[in-house]
Design a protein around this ligand. Structure first.
Ligand code: PBG
Length: 324
């Protein structure tokens, strides 16, 4: 007679289920994104991302304070300049909005871990993440110099980590070199090594007004039909000196997170992007789904796939409602 195997005994009640569960949610592994704009007295909810605001600096400080009191400690900052130009000079200007905000935030909240998004697309008039020539082609190597300037400017202003999200080839090496040369050996690089060209970024681009004015990002962001390329991009960034490897988006790319985690020996971060947040939040507002359950299931699946940390717009809700 064949013995029946009965794994369901391990599911008998909640205590046992918790005991044998393989994935544990930890709010300390979450990073909350913020958008700061250059104007004054702005606190504007992003229409496609209910609960997420574009703030001017004073308002941002209030939001950060209230999140700090809830327990949020890891924060990722995006700057939205008043004026954009082809070089994206606002990204590295000493008194650009992001540098000003970093100085102020770190002065008032020295214990938080502040991460600066290093990219040009929020600052360029054409909306691309790099320099473009007259024919609209992205100039990879010319962009590297600017990205190094952005990373250095943010580091001098006081960020703990820089997070290059532009997808230019070779930028981690260039950033590491300039930071080391200036003595910032302890500033970490969280590299968006594996970033796909994705429709899931839609709401973010509305918020940052950073949709490309011509073409799209397919020449420098990855093709979602591929995953071998993800391993290659991750390995290159490890060699160049990245400290954490980002996979983005997270949902729809759980297999990629898994592959990257198997391949490299660094922490893997996943970015649960604006479009995923928007889908959950807008349907929850209509009472079509149970928001808490859906958020827990999504975040758990991302950790289960292999992510060690997650950037998520749900972070504030997790802390506020003590979901875990
Ligand atoms: C900047 C950047 C983007 C996001 C993070 N950094 C936009 C893009 O690549 O178009 C998207 C984040 C999100 O959708 O939440 N390059």
């Amino acid at each position: 007679m064949i013995l029946k195997k009965r794994p369901r005994r391990l599911r008998k009640n909640q205590i046992v289920r918790d005991l044998v569960s393989e994935t544990t949610l930890d709010a300390k592994k979450l990073i909350m994104p913020y958008f700061v704009c250059e104007e004054n007295k702005v606190k504007k909810e992003i229409e496609s991302m209910p609960g997420i605001f574009v703030n001017s600096l004073e308002e941002l400080l209030q939001e950060i304070e209230s999140d700090y009191l809830l327990g949020v400690r890891n924060m990722l900052l995006f700057g939205l300049p008043k004026k954009k130009d082809p070089q994206g000079s606002g990204a590295y200007a000493k008194n650009g909005i992001i540098q000003k905000s970093i100085r102020k935030i770190k002065k008032e909240f020295s214990e938080i871990n502040l991460i600066g998004d290093v990219c040009l697309c929020e600052y360029t008039s054409h909306g691309h993440c790099g320099q473009v020539d007259a024919g609209g082609n992205i100039l990879n190597d010319a962009t590297l110099k600017l990205l190094a300037k952005v990373a250095l400017a943010q580091t001098e202003a006081g960020v703990d980590w820089v997070a290059p999200s532009d997808m230019m080839d070779g930028r981690v090496a260039v950033i590491r070199e300039v930071l080391d040369k200036k003595g910032f050996v302890d500033t970490g690089i969280l590299s968006y090594a594996v970033k796909y060209a994705s429709a899931f970024y839609g709401p973010f681009r509305d918020a940052a007004d950073s949709a490309p004015q011509f073409g799209d990002r397919s020449t420098y962001q990855m093709d979602f039909r591929n995953s071998l390329e993800a391993e290659k991009e991750a390995c290159l960034d490890v060699q160049e000196g990245a400290d954490i490897i980002m996979v983005k988006p997270a949902l729809s790319y759980l297999d990629v997170i898994y592959r990257v985690k198997q391949k490299i020996n660094l922490p893997v971060c996943a970015y649960n992007v604006s479009g995923s947040y928007s889908m959950v939040k807008t349907t929850a507002r209509q009472n079509f789904i149970d928001e808490k359950k859906m958020v827990l299931e999504i975040l758990t699946s991302i950790f289960r796939a292999g992510a060690d940390l997650i950037v998520s717009y749900h972070t504030r809700d997790v802390f506020k409602n003590k979901w875990f």
